[in-house]
Design a protein. Structure first.
Length: 583
């Protein structure tokens, strides 16, 4: 067979190499037939028994969860048990058997299809994906009915080595995933699923390479095919050529070696050789991202990009999340971080993050009604978000971060709205942290050049290098034709970074960097040498940055960084930064 490559959604990183084990969906093999009147009650009993059996099985799986099972699993299994107990799933198919004389499997599938169609109408992407939970529950019952409940290769000798296996399925339920734990299971590929599917969430927490949303993988891949999952690129290579296999094996062993080493640093405090403590924080987009953040050893959330709660809510009329919906998400994040601070940035929509895909955009959207400009133009929406954030601050430490500020009056107006939101909550007798720290993103050059305006009015600063570079160098960050000009080491950027960090230190207010620069290990020493003590990044980058910090002696690098900051020659800067890494 010729080798071929399939593309899907990367949901869990790393490389897995193994033989395919296909989980055939029982739904595909279901027989449809009509039953005679005198057999109706026996058919009803057959379905009732199957549902009871699955119920017992879920209870057993739940009770026997291994101590080291990902914490989400218990919750997901509870969700499945609840679905199974719902009359709409358990009782409706019985009615269908009685009224239409369908066999049990057909009746169950009819009801599941009906429910799935209703879920397709739901606007909320997370809830819409829960349709798969109903399908997965139905699938388990079908497996009992058709007698195909156990589909895993088993070994009679527990010590016998099974070949490394990659599960390929149309879909996998979280409870099914548990069965993989003690086997030579190294990755999985599914036809269904998205970033928010439970399988994706569990795969990430199990730290197993996975690609989902591959649409036809389970029909194109055959049992025992050799496959490679590249979980970073979101591709699956089926029956790879020996040379490709070799290359991937090399990359895999290198990654494993690096990860193993880094994994040991999770609990190690981020302290430089000379004893300076550095705060490593996480950038998150949804409350669910808190678990990987803690897992990676983050001491807090440095940037919660709240706009992800607002985006992609089209489907007819655009609907903004309500105050309660937002409050729930913010509270969830705060609770998940268990006392570690969570910096929530107020809505940063516009430019490359339109609220609504179909929205008409301005000629220069990056220079248009974006972020705080948009919020100040929509006071009711802004107040709603501020109340939601403030209410969540009663459950744990929150810092409020305002994006794209450039003018003193924008700071004043933002603070006025925060005061107003507090007043509204006081009147409604709702709790909040009255001393919630408020900070500004420094991401417009004008802000970086007028820092006293910010330092006087605010409690902390966070440098958004992604936009600071875009606006300083006048290059659209999403335009690939000018991507080669996007240079964090441009002397103008170094100047703005350095002066902002120094001004914060002088005034005694915290300064963080939360743009991509913070997670780039090539720049860690440079930023440390400038005086940066708070780095916020994607959790996956955190341990590599920590390693840089642990190996760095500030006394050794500071004079070298001073030299770099004095030059305008880009070759000398690049060389200086390279040299820093050898110190
Ligand atoms: C930034 O601009 O650097 C930043 C962190 O915010 P965003 O990437 O969301 O604009
Ligand atoms: Mg920004």
């Amino acid at each position: 067979m010729a080798s071929f490559t399939l593309h899907g959604i990367p949901v869990s990183r790393g490389i897995a190499i193994g033989r395919a084990h296909l989980l055939r969906p029982a739904a595909r093999d279901v027989k449809h037939y009509l039953i005679s009147e005198d057999k109706v009650e026996a058919e009803v009993a057959r379905l009732t028994d199957a549902i009871a059996a699955v119920n017992r099985e879920l209870q057993t799986v739940r009770r026997d969860l291994p101590a080291d099972a990902p914490s989400e699993l218990a919750a997901f299994i509870d969700v499945h048990a609840l679905i199974l107990a719902d009359p709409i799933v358990a009782a409706e198919p019985l009615k269908i058997i009685r009224s239409r004389h369908y066999n049990a499997e057909w009746a169950l599938l009819t009801q599941i299809d009906e429910l799935s169609a209703q879920f397709d109408e739901i606007e909320d992407a997370y809830l819409r994906e829960r349709k798969n939970d109903i399908r997965q529950v139905g699938e388990r019952v079908l497996k009992f009915l058709t007698g195909t409940a156990s589909t895993f290769p088993t070994s009679s000798d527990p010590h016998e080595e099974l070949p490394q296996m990659i599960v390929v399925a149309h879909d996998i339920s979280p409870a099914d995933m548990l069965q993989f734990r003690d086997r030579a299971f190294v990755g999985f590929v599914t036809d269904l699923g998205g970033q928010n599917s439970h399988t994706a969430i569990v795969a990430r927490s199990l730290d197993i390479p996975a690609v989902v949303g591959m649409s036809t993988a389970s029909t194109l891949i055959s049992e025992d095919d050799w496959i490679i999952i590249d979980g970073d690129a979101g591709i699956v290579i089926v029956d790879p050529a020996p040379i490709v296999l070799e290359q991937y094996r090399d990359v895999q062993s290198q990654l494993l070696r690096e990860r193993k080493k880094l994994g040991k640093l999770k609990k190690t405090p981020a302290v430089t050789k000379d004893g300076t403590r550095i705060h490593l924080l996480a950038n998150i987009e949804l409350p669910e991202d808190c678990a990987p953040a803690i897992e990676a050893g983050a001491v807090g959330v440095g940037l919660f990009r709240s706009e992800f709660l607002f985006m992609g809510r089209t489907g007819g009329q655009h609907r903004l999340p309500t105050e309660d919906e937002q409050f729930e998400s913010y509270r969830k994040a705060v609770v998940a971080m268990k006392g570690r601070p969570v910096t929530i940035r107020t809505l940063d929509v516009g430019a490359d993050k339109p609220l609504d895909k179909d929205e008409e955009t301005a000629l220069n959207p990056a220079l248009g009604l974006r972020a705080i400009r948009y919020c100040l133009a929509e006071p009711q929406m802004f107040l709603t978000q501020l109340r939601a954030i403030l209410r969540a601050s009663a459950y744990g430490p929150i810092n409020l971060l305002i994006p794209m500020l450039a003018h003193a009056f924008e700071i004043d107006q933002s603070l006025m709205f925060i005061e107003q939101a507090k007043q509204q909550l006081r009147e409604a007798k709702k709790k909040f942290d009255p001393n919630i720290p408020v900070g500004a993103m420094i991401e417009i050059p004008a802000a970086a050049l007028t820092l006293p305006l910010f330092i006087k009015r605010l409690n902390f600063l966070s440098i958004g290098t992604n936009d600071l570079i875009q606006y300083t160098l006048a290059i659209d960050r999403v335009d690939h034709e000018v991507a080669h000009l996007y240079n964090p080491l441009h002397p103008a950027i170094l100047y703005l970074l350095h002066t902002t960090i120094a001004a914060g230190a002088k005034a005694g207010i915290p300064v963080a960097v939360c743009g991509e620069v913070a997670g780039d290990t090539k720049l860690t020493r440079l930023l440390l040498g400038m005086g940066l003590r708070e780095f916020s990044m994607h959790p996956a980058q955190l341990l590599s940055v920590k390693q840089e910090i642990l190996n760095c002696d500030l006394d050794q690098i500071e004079s070298q960084v001073k030299k770099i900051l004095k030059t305008f020659d880009s070759a000398a800067i690049a060389e200086g930064v390279e040299r820093l890494r050898t110190l």
